[in-house]
Design a protein around this ligand. Structure first.
Ligand SMILES: [Zn+2]
Length: 270
């Protein structure tokens, strides 16, 4: 079996995790730029982070036969100071041509503030200008529905085809609207919050398998880098066909990500 984990923060994971993921069938990961658990003190901190994502991490992944791709941005949690955010945004274009960069992400909203929305709009414009794919972070818990709608409105105001935008961390109350508006939807499998493998399988049963994927969003907090293979097992336990399981954990991410010509994986791997 093979799968893609399209949202995982490998800079926070150990090399043992790469090994276990490879043993479980992972052949590619995509890593959005996000919050490090603390606020960086300068734009130079982001410059170094973008180097780590585009130079060091792909090499570490390749030791285990895993292709590593990435997305660049200033994350919503650090985007509430527009001056600082713009300084970071100004260094992104020089990295966009690097071979493992697929687009802009994970952009979105955290507390749904006016400043966050302004910086979101500016990063959507950056993606539009450079013809990049977009990966979107949606806020947590009580802010999620409102934030998801604000984000979708900002995206719809651009000229970017919604088929080139993945809206992540959807839950039961947001997935329908995301799909109805033509976007792709990502389900994040977390041990406690967001989705469990069981709930994600419920969503597949209710909403179908088109334009939807699953990811672990593994990071420095409580998370599980093997969440996607665990969801595969849950789907199999419920009697889903191997083709259905492959579609949501391999074919769908491959289809979406292949809209970037840089996303190349070894199709012979099984
Ligand atoms: Zn993330």
């Amino acid at each position: 079996m093979r799968y893609i984990d399209p949202h995982i923060h490998m800079v926070s994971r150990t090399t043992d995790d790469y090994q276990r993921m490879a043993q479980s069938g992972c052949i590619a990961v995509t890593e959005p730029a996000f919050w490090a658990g603390f606020d960086r003190s300068s734009a130079a901190g982001f410059f170094d982070y973008f180097r780590q994502l585009t130079e060091f991490e792909p090499k570490r992944a390749s030791q285990f036969g895993i292709r590593h791709f990435t997305w660049l941005c200033i994350n919503p949690k650090e985007a509430d100071d527009p001056g600082f955010a713009r300084e970071v945004i100004s260094i992104i274009p020089e990295f966009l041509q690097r071979p493992n960069v697929l687009g802009i992400g994970e952009i979105g909203l955290n507390k749904n503030t006016r400043n966050e929305l302004t910086i979101l709009e500016e990063q959507i414009a950056l993606a539009e200008q450079h013809e990049q794919l977009i990966l979107v972070h949606t806020p947590h818990l009580e802010d999620k529905l409102k934030g998801t709608r604000l984000i979708m409105d900002a995206l719809s105001a651009s000229k970017i085809d919604p088929g080139r935008i993945l809206i992540d961390h959807v839950e039961e109350h947001t997935v329908g609207e995301v799909l109805d508006r033509g976007f792709w939807a990502g389900m994040t499998l977390y041990p406690d919050t967001k989705m469990t493998p069981q709930r994600a399988t419920d969503v597949i049963e209710m909403f179908g398998t088109e334009r939807i994927w699953m990811n672990s969003a593994g990071d420095w907090g409580c998370s599980d880098p093997l969440a996607v293979p665990k969801a595969r097992l849950e789907m199999a336990r419920r009697g889903h066909a191997p083709e259905t399981i492959d579609k949501v954990t391999f074919e769908n991410p491959k289809t979406f990500l292949s809209q970037s010509p840089k996303f190349q994986i070894n199709a012979a791997v099984s």
